[in-house]
Design a protein around this ligand. Structure first.
Ligand code: NIG
Ligand code: FE
Length: 430
């Protein structure tokens, strides 16, 4: 029997109420719908009422004894954070490459020499499903402790069908067993395996004709992503792969213009991608094309930080009308972090976004980037009871006071899963 939860007296209840039909753009990204002394009533896993504490008290006075009361006085309450771009399911780690990069090697040099994505692919191939599940489960625990209640997860450390399938099945099992919701993306085209170095088009054919149909048939993913990058997949190859996915009902996403300008943003608009991600080197034309058709720009300033590169121009994208979302890009090579709040701080300091904009980017716009805005991303009646309570008095302080995990309480589907910053012990999430 699910408990009823009554969250009371938030100093700021950041609702983002208003239309969830389209991602927020321009000034809309600053409209947080803040209610002071705000409260929420959650029943059967869903939000039933949102308002000031006195409004909700009047309505539920006769039922107070049914509810677990969570006192949020002096705290900020937001929708559960949404991370729309992770490589959650992988084995191993690559601190040796971090050390090499600090001594001057580049990310692409390491990858072209057989490390990078290839190194994680070897480790992921060698791991059993159970090992992958356990490692990724621990990562999800950490996400939850940082206030994140939904993550997208990509395959792509297989590049053969067996391992891609293993990763996607682990993601599905995690979705079923862990409190955090996991939304799957197929990313068979994450790198060109070395056996196909001389004939990458043959690998593209395998992804299109052999892997994508099986992913669709088994219902293992909703999205189809490709690393469109100089030296990896060309815009032409990327387009073919994304169009092939569309034939099988997989919505396109794209790793675009991460290392070099490559017209990835333009391609995202052309194929009707739900999001284009990275965009460090996106052209102005590409940004405008994205704004025109409403492609969400998923920005990953943690990756730029970790690769010691200049961040995407988030400010310019917002000013041009691109709906911007933020994400960790959690992966062992270019962004080994689960801290979306830290990414939000980088959004302010490295991309010229305001504290209000980064909240929208990590909630409602992030939900749009994974086609979940109908059920998460704002605190509104009928949406899931996914709520994060931060131990700060106002939302600006969340980004201002950085490098600290301010997450105090997390409610997922109407159940308290993090309390006082710690996972609720009795939950095994299974
Ligand atoms: O988003 N760019 C490609 N994929 C990941 C990195 C994956 C890795 O290095 O393992 C990214 O940066
Ligand atoms: Fe990525």
């Amino acid at each position: 029997m699910e408990k009823t939860i009554f969250i009371r007296h938030a100093s700021q209840l950041v609702t983002l109420q208003g239309s969830s039909d389209a991602p927020r753009v321009k000034d809309g990204m600053s409209e947080l719908g803040i209610i002071e002394d705000g409260s929420i009533w959650i029943e059967n896993g869903l939000i039933q009422a949102v308002g000031t504490d006195s409004e909700l008290l009047e309505r539920y006075e006769g039922r107070l004894n049914e509810a677990e009361v969570v006192d949020a006085s002096g705290k900020v309450v937001t929708p559960g954070l949404v991370d729309p771009h992770t490589h959650l399911v992988f084995a191993g780690s690559r601190e040796n490459e971090f050390n090499m990069r600090l001594q001057g090697a580049t990310y692409m040099e390491i990858m072209n020499a057989g490390g990078g994505i290839h190194a994680t692919t070897r480790a992921t191939k060698a791991a059993t499903s159970e090992q992958l599940f356990q490692e990724s489960y621990q990562r999800l625990n950490q996400f939850l402790k940082h206030g994140v209640t939904t993550v997208e997860a990509k395959s792509g450390y297989g590049m053969d069908w067996e391992t891609e399938r293993k990763q996607l099945e682990v993601a599905k099992a995690l979705h079923e067993k862990h409190a955090v919701d996991v939304v799957s993306t197929f990313m068979g085209a994450h790198a060109v395996p070395k056996e196909y170095k001389e004939n990458p088009d043959e690998f593209v054919r395998i992804v299109m004709e052999e892997m994508i149909p099986k992913v669709a048939e088994l219902g293992l993913a909703e999205f189809n992503d490709v690393f469109c990058e100089h030296g990896v997949f060309t815009p032409e190859q990327s387009k073919k792969i994304l169009e092939a996915g569309k034939q099988y009902g997989l919505t396109p996403k794209i790793h675009a213009d991460e290392i070099e300008p490559y017209e990835g943003a333009e391609l995202a608009a052309e194929v009707g991608a739900i999001s284009a991600d990275h965009l460090l080197r996106a052209s102005e034309e590409g940004m405008k094309a994205m704004a025109e058709v409403g492609v969400v720009g998923v920005l990953l300033p943690g990756t730029a930080y970790f690769l010691m590169a200049e961040s995407a121009n988030g400010r310019k994208m917002i000013d041009l009308g691109v709906p911007v979302a933020l994400s960790t890009d959690c992966n062992p090579g270019s962004s080994p972090t689960v801290s979306l709040p830290f990414i939000m701080n980088l959004g302010c300091l490295k991309m010229g976004m305001t504290p209000a904009e980064v909240i929208t980017a990590a909630t409602l716009n992030a939900a749009h980037a994974i086609n979940r805005a109908g059920e998460i991303g704002s605190l509104e009646v009928g949406k899931k009871g996914d709520v994060t309570i931060f131990n700060v008095g106002n939302y600006m302080k969340l980004q201002y006071s950085y490098g600290v995990n301010h997450t105090d309480t997390v409610v997922k589907n109407g159940q308290v899963v993090v309390k006082g910053g710690q996972l609720v012990e009795e939950l095994s999430f299974s």
